[in-house]
Design a protein around this ligand. Structure first.
Ligand code: KIV
Length: 290
């Protein structure tokens, strides 16, 4: 079996073949995503919304990303495991950023980290200098949701597009091995892709990126609390799951499940022995002496 993808492998895919990225937050999703052919498993801070029921990604903690990354890294065999650096884990100082990136690698098992935005270039450079590959992320970076005023397409004006183009360039110059482009007009994403020496990974950024990322639960139709227009659903497992769970509940209530075939027998004679060993009065109180 070929070895696990590394960050340099992913970087070298630019211009050679398109890169398939899926989020994964647990072992079963990681196994399925790899079987499906994912090159990169991203333990995104979207886990806050998809798995932890939060309204956005801002409350996700380092401990939570470590916990979920461990589950993914334990079973993954072929994909590059990238852990997202959550809000508050790199903004204070480059030293804080390196400490947390090291934890995601040494304790959780990630082989690269993702940092949102270009406002903390010192942190990105310091993580790269520490020997940890960094995936950049520009456009709609959900950790700055309050600033953007909601989940909105970024870079629609020439001025805003130029800023995002510059941010992407700076991240590549700082040593990022790839850059996620989220929710950008397709022509802008195409320009950035042509200008950057490293692969771009699009999400809501059109067809011209070097690769694509989607949230695992969105691809499979397992999460419908928030479905952006750029999502393509390849299955409706949510409906299939609801149907199966409804059938289970009905069978339990009706006494159909479990049936005899789901139980275990006792070896011959043991039940009779048990009958002899048990007192005839199972309460053990006997007759009332009064
Ligand atoms: O957290 C996440 O899942 C992400 C991707 C959608 C890029 O950042």
């Amino acid at each position: 079996m070929p070895g696990r993808h590394t960050a340099p492998d992913i970087r070298a895919m630019k211009g050679a073949r398109r890169i398939v990225v899926l989020t994964a937050y647990d072992a079963s999703a990681a196994l399925l995503a790899e079987k499906g052919g994912a090159d990169v498993l991203l333990v995104g801070d979207s886990l806050g919304m998809v798995v932890l029921g939060q309204p956005d990604t801002l409350a996700v903690t380092m401990d939570e990303v470590v916990h979920h990354t461990k589950a993914v890294a334990r079973v993954s065999q072929s994909a590059l495991v990238v852990a997202d650096m959550p809000f508050g884990s790199y903004q204070e100082s480059p030293a804080q950023a390196v400490r947390n990136a090291v934890r995601l690698v040494s304790e959780a098992g990630a082989r690269a980290v993702k940092v949102e935005g270009a406002a903390h270039m010192d942190a990105v450079r310091a993580i790269v200098a520490a020997g940890i590959p960094v995936m950049g992320h520009v456009g709609l970076t959900p950790q700055r949701l309050a600033e953007f005023g909601g989940f909105k397409v970024q870079g629609r004006t020439a001025a805003a597009a130029a800023v995002i183009m510059e941010e992407a360039r700076s991240l590549a110059e700082a040593g990022c091995f790839s850059v996620v482009l989220e929710c950008l007009p397709s022509p802008l994403a195409g320009r950035i892709t042509a200008a950057l020496p490293v692969p771009t990974i699009g999400i809501g950024a059109g067809p011209e990126c070097d690769g694509q990322v989607l949230v695992f639960h969105d691809v499979l139709g397992l999460f419908d609390r928030f479905t952006p227009r750029f999502v393509k659903r390849y299955a409706d497992l949510g409906a299939a799951a609801t149907e199966a769970l409804t059938a289970y509940a009905a069978e339990v209530r009706d006494g159909v499940f479990p049936g005899p075939e789901h139980g275990y027998a006792m070896p011959g004679g043991e039940l009779e022995q048990l009958g002899k060993a048990l007192p005839s009065d199972p309460s053990g109180l006997g007759d009332d002496p009064a």
